[in-house]
Design a protein around this ligand. Structure first.
Ligand SMILES: N[C@@H](CCC(=O)NCCCC(=O)O)C(=O)O
Length: 267
């Protein structure tokens, strides 16, 4: 595994003189040799530190739902990562169709409660892949459990799970932004290629969410919560992957960091 730090120079936002915003990063459960761990991939932390200019604080999700208000008190933003585990379909009223895929019920319950509490308190939100799906479930939406087996839909999974990561996380399909959306202003484009590594996807958008981007098959690729004034964004692709090499990913993480700084200043 490559633990090298690819970021040679800190950006202006990471200068030591500034109080950096605190971003909550809930972890996921993983078993290794009989022991359970609460983990977060470094690839998600790297752009939060080096592009957003935030201080990531990793949270256990195996417990602590009753402490969420306390976590929110200390925070300036919430970031939800992707994860290979699937959300418990009982949370959106469906039977479990993917028993071969792991679940992480601790993360499901913790993150859904965190989204609801954090958004109400005005915290900026950025969710990626599973984190985006959690946003949708928190708003009462549901998921395709297997997008690739749903009529008319493409296969959004990585083409070859044994290929090198650079191939798995390479450009896979295009997305089209909703015309005149704020995301178009942030990215300064209305269509682009994204990577794609998910078997599940948004079927019905939760009430209170609005689509910002779609894939060619109509799958919702990005959405936000218009009722909240702060930055709220969920995306189905993986902008964290080599974010520093991708101008659009840099813009996303910068916009999130700026929103966290704004929140921090007016707190
Ligand atoms: N299990 C869900 C969510 C997919 C997801 O978040 N994948 C991330 C893979 C690992 C990573 O890059 O962090 C689905 O299949 O839709």
């Amino acid at each position: 595994m490559n633990n090298d730090n690819q970021y040679a120079e800190p950006t202006a936002q990471t200068q030591k003189t500034q109080r950096k915003p605190i971003v909550l990063v809930p972890t996921g459960a993983k078993e290794h040799s009989g022991h359970w761990y609460q983990l977060m991939g470094k690839k998600y932390l790297d752009p939060l530190v080096h592009i957003s200019g935030c201080v990531p604080v990793m949270l256990p999700t195996a417990y602590g739902e009753e402490d969420i208000e306390q976590y929110v008190d200390m925070a300036d933003a919430i970031f939800l990562s992707g994860a290979s585990t699937n959300i418990d379909p009982a949370l959106y009223g469906q039977e479990w169709q993917t028993p071969d895929q792991g679940q992480d019920k601790g993360r499901d319950h913790f993150n859904i409660a965190l989204i609801r509490a954090g958004l109400k308190r005005g915290l900026p939100f950025f969710g990626i892949c599973r984190g985006f799906q959690e946003l949708n479930i928190a708003f009462g939406g549901d998921l395709y459990q297997q997008v690739h087996n749903s009529p008319g839909m493409m296969d959004h999974r990585e083409k070859d799970p044994n290929a090198p990561l650079t191939e798995q996380y390479g450009p896979n399909h295009s997305v089209q932004l909703t015309p005149n959306s704020w995301l178009g202003n942030v990215l300064d484009t209305d269509h682009f290629m994204v990577n794609s590594l998910h078997g599940q996807g948004i079927k019905t958008l939760g009430q209170g969410l609005s689509a910002l981007a779609h894939a060619e098959d109509g799958l919702v690729e990005a959405a936000y919560c218009p009722e909240f004034k702060q930055f709220t964004l969920g995306v189905q692709w993986h902008p964290e992957w080599l974010a520093h090499e991708n101008p659009l990913s840099i813009k996303l993480f910068q916009a999130f960091g700026n929103a966290a700084r704004d929140f921090s200043k007016q707190k």
